[in-house]
Design a protein around this ligand. Structure first.
Ligand code: GLV
Ligand code: MG
Length: 289
């Protein structure tokens, strides 16, 4: 936890779930709350992952951690979400905990992990379950276990499969998330020493439209910042499209215009805006022309 604030990431979550041994679950709560309060976090999104509702720990995690972590905590992550009711239950509990802790009502956001067959089947309702929801996340390791996929490492390519074994799942979650205005995030890549393989695998969700992917190490974070941020060339081209389209619509009063050897219109403007917003978030500046 002490290392986490120095890792270049847009968001960090401190875990009470699968990386904490059962014998340490209760003791971990106070340590996580203390880390939220006392470490020098920058403006990143700060989150705590609680245990799933099918364990004995969820309500205790929320009451103890959200109740004592203070205003710096932005979100709670709920793993293995199977139904909209699980999100509603967390929302209701958060409302009471916020009141008792002197926090703004509704200030704690929710990130939901889809990592079971039932969760995927119910993903539309889950994504619409609460105004606190900010992000939907795919959890490949638990998901593979849930559907009984014969793999021993989660979230990596399977060479025997002629294509992307998770393509349907990635797309299904993306549609539900976007239809409800959520960020959509891909989960972990467990072969932490294989950075080139991570880069290749991450392109799958980047190209579909995902916003980002979990990093398990500082080195993974560097690779992922690169994969999920527009290149300088894309960023500059997006600005050029916006400018050409502005001139076309405002000065020449036409809604479609040639840009080099392609036609651009209002949809092109919308695509370009996404690159500009993401590039600016990643610290890019337009190259001098
Ligand atoms: C993440 O939680 C996963 O199960 O992949
Ligand atoms: Mg999981």
């Amino acid at each position: 936890m002490a290392k986490a604030p120095s890792v270049r990431a847009d968001m960090t979550f401190l875990d009470l779930e699968d990386s904490v041994a059962p014998a340490e679950k209760v003791a971990a709560r106070a340590r996580v709350a203390e880390a939220v309060r006392s470490l020098a976090w920058d403006d990143r999104v700060l989150c705590v992952r609680v245990n799933a509702w099918d364990t004995p720990w969820t309500y205790g995690d929320v009451i103890e951690v959200v109740g004592s972590a203070g205003p710096r905590l932005d979100e709670v992550m709920l793993p293995k979400v199977q139904s909209a009711a699980e999100v509603v239950a967390l929302d209701l509990l958060l409302t009471q905990v916020e009141k008792n802790a002197g926090l703004e009502p509704g200030q704690i956001g929710i990130e939901a992990q889809i990592e079971t067959a039932r969760g995927l089947i119910n993903v539309d309702e889950i994504c619409a379950a609460s105004p606190r929801l900010e992000t939907i996340i795919f959890g490949p390791a638990d998901f593979a276990a849930s559907i009984e996929m014969p793999v021993l490492t989660g979230g990596v390519a399977i060479d025997e499969y002629p294509g992307d074994h998770f393509h349907y799942v990635f797309s299904r979650i993306l549609m539900a998330g976007r239809a409800n205005g959520l960020q959509v995030i891909d989960g972990p890549f467990l072969k932490v020493r294989e950075l080139d393989a991570l880069r290749t695998f991450a392109q799958r969700t980047r190209v579909l439209g995902y916003d980002g992917k979990w990093a398990l190490t500082p080195d993974q974070a560097e690779v992922l910042n690169d994969v999920y941020s527009p290149t300088q060339e894309q960023f500059d081209r997006a600005w050029d499209i916006l400018e050409a389209y502005r001139v076309a619509t405002e000065e020449h009063r036409t809604g479609a215009v040639m840009f080099g050897d392609e036609m651009i219109d209002e949809a092109s403007r919308k695509m370009a805006l996404k690159f500009v917003a993401r590039g600016e978030r990643a610290g890019r500046q337009r190259s001098a022309t």
